[in-house]
Design a binder for this molecule. Structure first.
Ligand SMILES: O=P(O)(O)OC[C@H]1O[C@H](OP(=O)(O)OP(=O)(O)O)[C@H](O)[C@@H]1O
Ligand SMILES: O=c1cc[nH]c(=O)[nH]1
Ligand SMILES: [Mg+2]
Length: 216
């Protein structure tokens, strides 16, 4: 690291009691597909509340039933969400409930089961990506390869202001992502113990995509 490169910010763990309560039920193996989907939607709504904490506001004059006043509104539609397919899509519904006007980009990545490297198969981004705040969502930060590859690709396309939001992370995944992208803050609901020999998060919640879409 050079003198000019500031050290990465420590990851922010979202320790709100509602988040931790819902996360515990999400992890349970007996949670049904319907329950899993409902919990991910609720969790993503709560995560979005935290992820949008620093969005800029601008003044706006409005009239209440009684008088005119100066209120505040979000300054311009500059935020967008980027979902890392496929499991990232599970986090979109709750986020879009709160920010329904936000454009959404998709990057398709799967983990090669042997090398655990990320393989890209799809990319479609909103216009003017360079001037937007990009909230990148994926439930799982395991080795960190998928998130790091997604952020690299977004930067290649011009994105400059990025934030990565996930449900579960590992110390290994955080280290990988911070090494590749020290400028990108990480928001997570939990830093789990680590990875097993197959690259799964332990204790984790299993395969997020399979549980969301009831595959396998
Ligand atoms: O940090 P990593 O080791 O890269 O692992 C995390 C990735 O693994 C999962 O996706 P997966 O490859 O299973 O694809 P899917 O979403 O289509 O199930 C998850 O949604 C992340 O994208
Ligand atoms: O534990 C893990 C690791 C990667 N992807 C998942 O869905 N789960
Ligand atoms: Mg998967």
């Amino acid at each position: 690291m050079t003198l000019e490169t500031p050290p990465p910010l420590p990851p922010v763990v979202l320790d709100h009691p509602l988040i931790q309560h819902k996360l515990t039920h999400l992890r349970r193996k007996e949670t049904s597909t319907a329950g899993f989907r409902r919990l991910v939607r609720e969790l993503s709504l709560l995560m979005c509340y935290e992820a949008t904490r620093n969005l800029p506001l601008e003044p706006v004059e409005i009239t209440t039933p009684l008088e005119t006043m100066q209120g505040e509104q979000l300054a311009g539609p500059d935020v967008c969400f980027i979902s890392i397919l496929r499991a990232g899509n599970g986090l979109l519904d709750g986020m879009l409930d709160l920010v329904p006007f936000a454009p959404v980009g998709h990057i398709g990545l799967y983990r090669d089961p042997d090398s655990l490297e990320a393989v890209e198969y799809y990319l479609k981004l909103p216009t003017q990506i360079a001037s937007r705040r990009c909230i990148v969502v994926d439930p799982m930060l395991a080795t960190g390869h998928s998130a790091a590859a997604a952020l690299t690709r977004l930067k290649e396309k011009g994105a400059k202001r990025l934030l990565f939001v996930c449900l579960l992370s590992t110390p290994e995944g955080i280290a990988c992502l911070q090494k590749a992208h020290p400028d990108v803050p990480i928001l997570t609901c939990s830093i789990d113990r680590g990875l097993d020999e197959h690259g799964y998060i332990r204790p984790g919640l299993g395969d997020a995509g399979d549980r969301l879409f009831s595959t396998r």
